[in-house]
Design a protein around this ligand. Structure first.
Ligand SMILES: NC(=O)c1ccc[n+]([C@@H]2O[C@H](COP(=O)([O-])OP(=O)(O)OC[C@H]3O[C@@H](n4cnc5c(N)ncnc54)[C@H](O)[C@@H]3O)[C@@H](O)[C@H]2O)c1
Length: 358
């Protein structure tokens, strides 16, 4: 078989497709590209949830495989059984706080798992790299922290500060090294903070929504001065679609929302949206804001220069932040069952360790 599997479709392996960003990417590809078969490989850690993709059940061009990207035999077998042509690699341990308390899992999945995938691609594609692609999804956190001015470009030197960002930086280097050493066609994108539906409520925005809704304290690290650049998750999925189809091999594309917010200002705005949605008095939810001891090695500011992807591929974010935030709040308010199921069990334990015993 050259180029296509038995159904005459190109098989694309998406890793981490049951997670936050991955689920939006999988849905977009399954619904938009009938000519592809999408194989979603996900271990279903605490962050992965098949409910994120329940609407795709029964789609003829979609398969889910539960498994670990570090499992060499499984990954090799997948490449051969499905004649994988292209990879979009999102599977990762992704939460900075968890990387501070348990770095090894980040080294294993983010570094070793990436190499297992690269080795399998190299073996499966050894006769020809024509029409093959390994697309690695990364983060702006690899660039370290900015002062009050400046933007990260694709040429900014790497300077990661957390075990999470160091493990992602390492995987980025390995992906590029496999291109330089073995010729594997790769492309990398580094994106700013995402927000939107399906995000596990340990990250800032869904955590705050969940706590405001339940009248619990809304923890803000330090004095909330840290600045992040926020992008709606579906805009990231659209950028991934574009880089996958039109990006140049061996290039890196920075993706960002031109949308910088101090954490405290963002939380205040969210409180005000929640007051409106929950028919509370203006200012009521903001009373829940509680400053907690700052995260170790907390980067002050991230901001992306997304000029290259705009100029070369014509991508721009489609949503204003206010609109994206409103949509996000509506989604969480309308999906209380999803929140209930993901915040039972392990989440409760994690939450009390992280915020209640400080
Ligand atoms: N969330 C953001 O703001 C952001 C921004 C830029 C880049 N990224 C990158 O995008 C990717 C996805 O991030 P996310 O926020 O959706 O993460 P997430 O934590 O929501 O999802 C990660 C997914 O990977 C799966 N997974 C974890 N370990 C695995 C393993 N060993 N084998 C197979 N599957 C495994 C999980 O089950 C989960 O479904 C990551 O690579 C992350 O570094 C995230």
């Amino acid at each position: 078989m050259s180029g296509q599997n038995m159904n005459n479709k190109v098989s694309i392996l998406i890793t981490g497709g049951a997670g936050f960003i991955g689920s939006h990417v999988v849905r977009r590809f399954v619904q938009k590209y009938a000519q592809y078969t999408i194989i979603n490989l996900d271990k279903l850690t605490y962050a992965g949830n098949l409910e994120n993709l329940s609407d795709l059940q029964g789609s003829p061009n979609y398969r889910f495989v539960k498994g670990d990207i570090c499992d060499e035999a499984l990954v090799e077998n997948l490449f051969h059984t499905h004649d994988i042509h292209k990879v979009i690699h999102l599977a990762a341990e992704s939460h900075v706080d968890r990387s501070i308390s348990n770095p090894m899992e980040f080294i294993r999945t983010n570094i070793v798992g990436t190499v297992v995938l690269l080795n399998a691609a190299r073996n499966a594609w050894k006769n020809s790299f024509a029409d093959r692609l390994f697309y690695h999804i990364s983060t702006d956190e690899v660039y370290g922290s900015l002062g009050e001015t400046g933007l990260f470009t694709e040429d900014t030197s790497y300077d990661p500060h957390s075990p999470y960002s160091a493990s992602k930086a390492s995987s980025d280097h390995l992906v590029r090294a496999y291109h330089d050493t073995y010729g594997i066609p790769v492309v990398v994108s580094n994106c700013s903070n995402n927000y939107g539906p399906n995000q596990f409520p340990e990250k800032l925005i869904p955590l705050a929504i969940h706590n405001i809704l339940n009248n619990r304290p809304v923890p803000v690290y330090g004095s909330g001065e840290n600045v992040r650049d926020w992008l709606y998750v579906e805009d990231h999925a659209a950028a991934i679609d574009l880089v996958f189809h039109a990006g140049k091999v061996a290039e890196t594309y920075n993706i960002g929302g031109h949308n910088e917010w101090k954490n405290i200002d963002l939380i205040r705005m969210l409180c005000s949206v929640m007051d409106r949605k929950l028919n509370r008095q203006e200012g009521e939810s903001a009373k829940l804001i509680t400053f907690v001891k700052d995260r170790a090695g907390h980067d002050l500011r991230y901001a992306i220069d997304a000029g290259k992807i705009e100029r070369e591929l014509g991508w721009t974010p489609s949503l204003q932040f206010e609109e994206g935030l409103e949509r996000t709040v509506d989604w969480y308010l309308n999906n209380s069952e999803w929140i209930r199921s993901v915040t039972s069990g392990e989440y409760t334990e994690y939450y009390s360790k992280q915020y209640e015993h400080r």
